[in-house]
Design a protein around this ligand. Structure first.
Ligand code: CA
Length: 225
C-alpha cells in the first residue's frame, strides 16, 4: 500500500482514478490545483504523485519541479495533449511515466505499480524499529504494528520526539519547543490535543493498546513494551 497524491482539476476523471487506485490498496489524496498540492505535501510524505499537466493555476511540469525541491518524489504525468514535444519535455523533467488521456484505469493502475516497484529507495530511508514502531526519519513516516500511520506534520513530530527517548517523560514545554518551535499560533492545549489524536490513530491500528502515557502535571512518555 502506498500513499499517492493526485492533482487533477477534472472532477470526473479524478473520481474514477481515486476509486481505481483505492481499489488497488493505495491511499489517495486528491487536489484540484497547485495551491492545494503545495499544502498537501507539507503534512504528508507521498510515495508517488500523479500530476495533470493542464492545471488551472500552474502547469504540471512546473508543479513537479516545486514538489521535488521539497523531497524526492516519483511522478507520473497525465496529459490531454499527446504531443511528442510535451512527452519529451516530461521525460526531460524526470517523469517516471507519462500517460495520455484518454487512458484506461487498468493501465494507470498497472503503471503506478511499476513506478512504485522501481523507485522504493528514493522515497523511504532506513526504518528504525522500536517495539511495535518502525520510524523512517528520512521519509518522515512511522509504522505501528506494521501499519503506516497517516499523521499530520505535528502529530508526526510529537510521536517522533517521544520515540527518540522511549520511557522518558517529556514536559509539554519540551514537546512544544521540539515540535512546534516554528509555529506561531500554538496554544496551551496544543500538545494535549495532538496527543489525543495520535492516541486515536494508534488505537485504530491496535485497539486496546495505549503506549502514550500521561503523567499528570508533568508531561508524556511513550512505552515500547
Ligand atoms: Ca486539466
Amino acid at each position: 500500500m502506498a500513499s499517492l497524491l493526485l492533482v487533477e482539476d477534472e472532477i470526473a476523471i479524478a473520481e474514477t482514478v481515486v476509486y481505481a487506485l483505492q481499489a488497488d490498496g493505495h491511499t489517495v489524496r486528491h487536489c484540484l490545483d497547485g495551491q492545494q498540492a503545495r499544502a498537501a505535501v507539507v503534512d504528508t510524505a507521498f510515495d508517488l504523485a500523479i500530476l495533470d499537466v493542464g492545471l488551472p493555476d500552474i502547469s504540471g511540469f512546473a508543479l513537479c519541479g516545486e514538489l521535488r525541491r521539497r523531497a524526492p518524489l516519483p511522478v507520473i504525468f497525465l496529459t490531454a495533449q499527446a504531443a511528442e514535444s510535451e512527452r519529451v519535455l516530461g521525460f526531460d523533467l524526470g517523469a517516471d511515466d507519462y500517460i495520455a488521456k484518454p487512458f484506461s484505469l487498468r493501465e494507470l493502475v498497472a503503471r503506478v505499480r511499476v513506478v512504485l516497484r522501481r523507485a522504493p529507495d528514493t522515497v523511504s530511508g532506513e526504518a528504525t524499529r522500536s517495539g511495535a514502531f518502525e520510524h523512517d526519519a528520512e521519509g518522515r513516516r512511522i509504522r505501528y504494528h506494521g501499519h503506516a500511520l497517516d499523521l499530520t506534520r505535528y502529530e508526526y513530530g510529537l510521536l517522533a520526539a517521544l520515540l527518540a527517548r522511549p520511557g522518558a517523560v517529556l514536559s509539554r514545554m519540551q514537546l512544544m519547543e521540539r515540535v512546534w518551535g516554528d509555529a506561531l499560533d500554538s496554544g496551551d492545549r496544543t500538545v494535549d490535543t495532538h496527543v489525543k489524536t495520535v492516541r486515536g490513530k494508534l488505537r485504530a491500528v491496535a485497539p486496546g493498546s495505549d503506549p502514550l502515557r500521561t503523567h499528570r502535571g508533568i508531561g508524556y512518555s511513550l512505552d515500547l513494551d
